[in-house]
Design a protein around this ligand. Structure first.
Ligand code: FEO
Length: 177
């Protein structure tokens, strides 16, 4: 069993992961409409990945005898100024999620729920990777500036990265997420 405080915090994180999925869906759609098919593919895959993050927590909370809630969600914005703006917002959101996972981890320790804290280690590592990936994408976009050739090249690279992401998602889904 998990304590009521851990159950509440896990449900909040479930909501945030699902909301992340919807935020990236809106971004993917914007990229698809604005001539960035590679970025769009990458963000659609990110949408799936966040859904798997959410499912992994749903299964965990159910396995621990918790009461899992499916919350209502606010609509994400559909307006972005540029590809740079999209990925700046991705990084900002991932930093928010990292802070949220850290807070959740702290609650588990306070409640002496070391099993949940141990489970959350996977998310802590995942957040390091996610932030690092997005920072390197942003570095490339910043280097390209507004140069169309540079952005075209970055978009091609994101298309390749999306294919690699699809493989890692299949592994994550197979692992029971
Ligand atoms: Fe599931 Fe990107 O945080």
């Amino acid at each position: 069993m998990v304590t009521k405080n851990v159950e509440k915090a896990l449900n909040e994180q479930i909501k945030k992961e699902e909301h992340s999925s919807r935020i990236y869906l809106a971004m993917a759609s914007w990229c698809e409409r604005n001539g960035y098919p590679g970025a769009s593919d990458w963000l659609y895959k990110q949408t799936e990945e966040e859904r798997l993050h959410m499912l992994k927590l749903v299964h965990y909370l159910n396995d621990r005898g918790g009461n899992t809630l499916v919350a209502s969600l606010d609509a994400p914005t559909a307006k972005y100024k540029s590809l740079l703006d999209v990925f700046q917002q991705v990084l900002k959101h991932e930093e928010f999620i990292s802070a949220s996972i850290n807070d959740l981890y702290a609650i588990c320790l306070k409640e002496k729920d070391f099993t949940s804290a141990n489970y959350l280690q996977w998310y802590i590592t995942e957040q390091i990777e996610e932030e690092s990936t997005v920072r390197s994408i942003l570095d490339q976009i910043n280097l390209a500036g507004t140069e169309r050739g540079g952005l075209f090249h970055i978009d091609k690279e994101l298309a390749t990265a999306a294919k690699a992401k699809a493989k890692s998602l299949a592994t994550l889904a197979d692992s029971g997420a």
